[in-house]
Design a protein around this ligand. Structure first.
Ligand code: NI
Length: 190
């Protein structure tokens, strides 16, 4: 269990597709150690999620957790989730514009995400899951799974003028976004 350095935009690992993990390896010391490192590093950085690419490991593992997150106080809770070889399928065409940040990018910006998705993945015990995710939680899944394909949220920013540092977001854009997204979360329920 180690807090790892989080790679920053420009690092090649963030632009490389991560490889599937053979499900028989999930309970191995190596994969379990990777999962522990991801959880520790996410907690240390107050992140809502972290993908293995972000600590330089090109294997398809993401972790997510939202409790009361100081980086994203408007996000509904996500219990600690470990997803191995996750696959996402949109359930319809409904989109929501979310202002996102990333531990590997020093900016925030607006991206469109599917509101309703189906996810399938293995957990850290090697058990298979098929679930439906909605709203901001679905957005978090899409953001983390993008990392495994070498994609960053900035690639999906429709209007680059929405890009802002965290400080400038706080000063000029936070209130309007939180008001809009809180109404959305109340409607969708997650
Ligand atoms: Ni990220």
């Amino acid at each position: 269990m180690t807090v790892k350095q989080i790679l920053q935009i420009g690092a090649p690992e963030l632009r490389t597709r991560a490889e599937e993990i053979d499900p028989t390896r999930i309970t191995s010391h190596e994969v379990q150690g990777l999962i522990d490192d991801l959880v520790d590093t996410m907690h240390h950085a107050n992140g809502a999620g972290l993908a293995a690419n972000q600590i330089g490991v090109l294997e398809r593992v993401v972790v997510m957790e939202v409790t009361r997150n100081p980086r994203y106080p408007y996000k509904p809770p996500i219990p600690l989730t470990v997803a191995i070889n996750p696959v996402i399928k949109p359930l319809d065409d409904e989109l929501v514009e979310i202002n996102e940040g990333c531990l590997s990018v020093p900016l925030r910006g607006n991206v469109n995400r599917n509101v309703n998705i189906a996810v399938s993945y293995y957990d850290r015990n090697g058990r298979r899951h098929e679930e439906v995710k909605r709203g901001l939680t679905a957005g978090t899944w899409q953001h983390e799974c993008d990392h495994l394909d070498g994609r960053l949220f900035v690639d999906r920013v429709v209007d680059p003028r929405s890009l802002a540092t965290w400080e400038q977001f706080q000063l000029h854009h936070r209130d309007a976004f939180v008001e809009r997204i809180t109404a959305f979360v109340e409607r969708v329920g997650s």
